[in-house]
Structures are given as structure tokens and as C-alpha cells.
Design a protein around this ligand. Structure first.
Ligand SMILES: [Fe+2]
Length: 307
């Protein structure tokens, strides 16, 4: 029985103001593997990712160009295309080679004016430790040595509509939400949504259309979060918040900025998500605790700085 639907966030394609500074941050501090470089783009992957790349950085500006979600089966692309048509979202077909080393698929503009691409194949390059009697990590990792990307958080003026979009079109389910009240149909302030068993593969919070709040890299545990923080101190990386823990998702975290001002996160922990678990609801009086469980308050920068 083949698995169906979206399997994971496959790539984040973002803009940066300075490619050299981005190369140092993503390559040397975060320790992603440089996979390809053109005059105006950098391609990276984490050590535990087997597809060709998961991060694309394009010169010129800041913010998100697009997110790529990978599906388990080629037929899923057609299903999602039909779902998108039924939802009333504009889609276009993308051809093999539109994205480096990436197969064909569809591209859509979400109700929040973000670009999302759905694809099934990317050149498989494998991992350094391999798939036969592998070591548990490559011993020559650089800096943080982030193993993989994890999720992204984007902003939208209608979070309820985005929750419906990710559910109806992409088959995601909400693991956690921030709602104005517990009444049916209440306005959502945020939604954290899973495609499979990852606690979230996307999150959407209320804010301007088309903006990026952050994208996150997975780390193994709390001690790796601390170690990342130590490396950020060594490399003078601007910190937004942390290290701390989220109430929402229970993830352990540091928020920090790349040299262009795009917010990144290192994220560990969380819990295993299942669609039948039921959605956790947070109400506004507990928002501070939901976002930063230990401090229980949001800083102004966290809610206002977007790219
Ligand atoms: Fe996050």
C-alpha cells in the first residue's frame, strides 16, 4: 500500500541581501552542506537529508520566494491539483527542471499570497553516513551541523481560510491552534498543522499577507539547542528569543536572524502527532505561555519583525 499525500516540507526558497554573508551563516554557522551555487543562488542541504537540497537562497531582498512540499506518490500531484481547483486556488503546472534537480509538479498561490510548489521527485544524493550500517552522524560537521529543515511559519490575514486550505487542498490536520474563543467557528490567531506525524510542517499566524515569520531547522535535543546558542555567540548571530520552550508543540527553541534579517529557528523536541489526537486549543489569555512557555510573554520584535 503506497503512502499518499504530502510527506514533508522539502525546500524553503528565500531571498537574501548578501550571498557571501548568507553563505557564511547557512554554510559555516548552521553547517548546511553547500550543494550548488550560481551567480545569484545558493543551494544547501542538511547532513541527514538525502534529496539534493532543502534551502535555496536567492540574491535580492528578503523574505520567502516559495515553499516546496514533497508528496509520497506522483498521483498525489493530480489529487492536490483537483483539490486546489475545487478550493478555488489558482494553480499552474511546473515542468521538470524549473527548479534545479527537481521534477515536475504544480505551483499555487495560497489565499495568503504565498507560493507553494508540490513535487514528487528531486535528485537523490544520499547522505554522508549512507544507508548501510551507518554511523549516527558524520564526524566532520561544521558549526551547528543542522541535520534537516523542519517547518516554516508564515503570516496571513485570514488564518481560518489558511487552515481550511492546508486541510482541504494538501490534507494537513491542525495539531494546535490559537483561537479567539472556544466557540465553534471562532476566529483563529494561529494554526499549527501536520502532514504526517511531525508536530507541524507549517504554521500560520495572523499578520500581513505573503510574509515569512521564520523557517526552522531540526536539532536532536535540548543540549543541541544550547550548543547552537554557544555557536551563535561565537559567530555573533543576532538572537531574537531563547533558548526556551514553546507551550504550543512543546518544542525547544532559539529564534535568531540570518545576516539579511530573515528569522531562523533551531527546533528540538515536540511530540509525535496523529490525526486522531484532537487539536489543542489555546486562548488569547495564554498566548504568551503558548509561544514561550517559560517566559510567558512575547517580545515586540517577535510579533512585528517579518520578512
Ligand atoms: Fe517554528
Amino acid at each position: 500500500m503506497p503512502l499518499h499525500g504530502v510527506t514533508r516540507l522539502g525546500y524553503v526558497h528565500a531571498r537574501v541581501t548578501n550571498l557571501d554573508a548568507a553563505k557564511a551563516h547557512y554554510g559555516q554557522t548552521l553547517g548546511l552542506y553547500p550543494m550548488h551555487e550560481t551567480e545569484d543562488r545558493l543551494y544547501f542541504k542538511g547532513w541527514d537529508e538525502w534529496d539534493h537540497h532543502s534551502v535555496v537562497l536567492e540574491a535580492g531582498g528578503v523574505g520567502l520566494v516559495k515553499l516546496g512540499y514533497k508528496v509520497n506518490d506522483p498521483a498525489d500531484i493530480d489529487v492536490i491539483e483537483r483539490n486546489a481547483q475545487n478550493f478555488g486556488v489558482t494553480i499552474e503546472r511546473m515542468s521538470s527542471g524549473d527548479n534545479l534537480e527537481t521534477g515536475d509538479g504544480i505551483r499555487m498561490i495560497t489565499p495568503s499570497e504565498h507560493v507553494i510548489e508540490i513535487y514528487h521527485s528531486m535528485t537523490r544524493v544520499g547522505t554522508e553516513v549512507g544507508f548501510h550500517n551507518p554511523e549516527v552522524f558524520p564526524r566532520h560537521l561544521v558549526g551547528v551541523g543542522a541535520p534537516r529543515i523542519e517547518h516554516a511559519l508564515i503570516t496571513a490575514d485570514d488564518v481560518n481560510l489558511m487552515d481550511a486550505f492546508f486541510h482541504d487542498v494538501l490534507g494537513f490536520y491542525a495539531t494546535e491552534r490559537v483561537v479567539e474563543s472556544l466557540d465553534d467557528g471562532a476566529m483563529m490567531i494561529g494554526t499549527w498543522m501536520a502532514a504526517g506525524n511531525n508536530v507541524h510542517d507549517i504554521a500560520v499566524i495572523k499578520g500581513p499577507q505573503g510574509k515569512l515569520h521564520h523557517f526552522a531547522f531540526h536539532l536532536a535535543d535540548w543540549s543541541e539547542i544550547k550548543r547552537a546558542g554557544q555557536l551563535f555567540a561565537m559567530d555573533d548571530v543576532p538572537i531574537d528569543v531563547g533558548p526556551t520552550q514553546h507551550g504550543i508543540t512543546r518544542g525547544e527553541t532559539i529564534y535568531f536572524f540570518d545576516p539579511s534579517g530573515n528569522r531562523n529557528e533551531v527546533f528540538a523536541g515536540g511530540y509525535v502527532a496523529y490525526p486522531d489526537r484532537g487539536t489543542v486549543n489555546w486562548t488569547p489569555e495564554a498566548l504568551g505561555k503558548g509561544i514561550f512557555y517559560i517566559q510567558r510573554e512575547l517580545n515586540e520584535r517577535f510579533t512585528t519583525v517579518l520578512t
